[in-house]
Design a protein around this ligand. Structure first.
Ligand code: TXA
Ligand code: MG
Length: 328
């Protein structure tokens, strides 16, 4: 780890390191990313090594303007521009036919590239000062919970990254929504920080969702087991958290069960090992807190963590998707 000296600002230092092919942790509004020069196959290879990520899982490329999307993608559909204008910078990734400039290692050999303009002032400034875009997956070891603070990145990948830019806690808290165009039809591939309803509102029509998982996915990132804490994790249907707790209480002590509750803690268990996502049932607040809460509970000596699904609307879809994958 390099600590910044007084002659260079952190952003300048990050630019120097990235130009040298090193890895830098970057803040975004969704989650922290583990960034490298997207145009350098060697630099990108270090991301896969650091994360222990299988090379069939492609990376998102980050840039700073809608015009710059055209440097890396071609044949951009009209509806992609509509979405870009509405949600970029923001928590949206568009899958678009890639130009040859983007190395195959970035897209895992796929003909499309995921492009995103993160909405974080520090990272936008960083990107504007670079003459290459940044490939960046979430900055967690493969399969583990995504980081929403710089501290989360340092705790797990501190040895692997030259620098982590401190950008505060992520304001959205779940990864970007991924939209691709399958036979020209806009198709949602991952629920994320922009709600499906918002996408449909901008396009003025229903958008199909295709977020199924398999072990060698056509739309990877959609692996069934993901975002998973090390502690066994189980999810109850909305309103059934107490029933699930009762089931585990036949097996474990009350102190051995952690709870990730939507609105209120369970009265039958100690509050010290329970986290409430939003006392007011706010789904944006819940998304913002989700991964930090999972990490917090995962750090406790528990036998199981139980959670409950939230309403399947707005960011609730992204939350439920992450809960489901964490329990797979
Ligand atoms: O919010 C985010 O999207 C964060 C921040 C750092 O930008 N990034 C992120 O990256 O979540 P990652 O790698 O953890 O998840 C991106 C997923 C990958 O799992 C991959 O499967 C999918 O996006 N993806 C990327 N490029 C793709 C492509 N060309 N076709 C299909 N899926 C793609
Ligand atoms: Mg990830």
């Amino acid at each position: 780890m390099i600590s910044s000296d007084n002659t260079l600002s952190d952003i300048t230092l990050a630019q120097v390191l990235l130009a040298r092919g090193e890895l830098v942790g970057i803040p975004t509004e969704t989650v922290y990313g583990l960034a490298a020069n997207a145009l350098s196959p060697q630099a990108v290879a270090r991301i896969f090594e650091a994360k222990k990520r299988p090379t069939f899982d492609p990376l998102i490329v980050h840039t700073y303007s809608i015009e710059s999307l055209e440097k890396y993608a071609t044949a951009i559909p009209r509806e992609a521009y509509k979405l870009a204008e509405a949600f970029m910078p923001g928590s949206l990734t568009l899958l678009l036919p890639k130009k040859d400039l983007i190395p195959d290692i970035v897209t895992a050999g796929l003909p499309t590239v995921g492009l995103r303009i993160p909405n974080h002032p520090l990272t936008l400034e960083l990107l504007r000062g670079l003459d290459f875009p940044l490939a960046a997956p979430s900055a967690n070891p493969f399969g583990y919970i995504s980081p929403t603070t710089a501290q989360h990145v340092r705790a797990q990948l501190g040895e692997e990254v030259a620098l982590v830019l401190e950008g505060g806690a992520c304001t959205v808290g779940v990864e970007s929504t991924i939209v691709g165009f399958v036979e020209g039809e806009p198709t949602l591939m991952r629920f994320g920080g922009i709600a499906l309803e918002e996408i449909e509102r901008v396009l003025g029509r229903q958008v199909r969702t295709w977020t199924q998982s398999s072990s060698n996915p056509h739309a990877p990132g959609m692996l069934a087991s993901h975002y998973a804490p090390r502690t066994p994790f189980d999810v109850a249907e909305a309103g059934k958290l107490q029933d699930l707790a009762d089931r585990y209480l036949q097996q474990y002590l009350p102190t051995e069960i952690g709870v990730l509750a939507f609105q209120a803690p369970l009265p039958c268990l100690p509050t010290a090992q329970q986290v409430v996502l939003s006392a007011t049932k706010n789904l944006n607040e819940s998304a913002q807190k989700l991964f930090g809460a999972m990490r917090q509970l995962d750090s406790l000596p528990l036998k199981v963590i139980i959670a409950e699904y939230v309403p399947q609307e707005g960011l609730g879809r992204a939350i439920n998707d992450r809960l489901k994958r964490a329990s797979a």
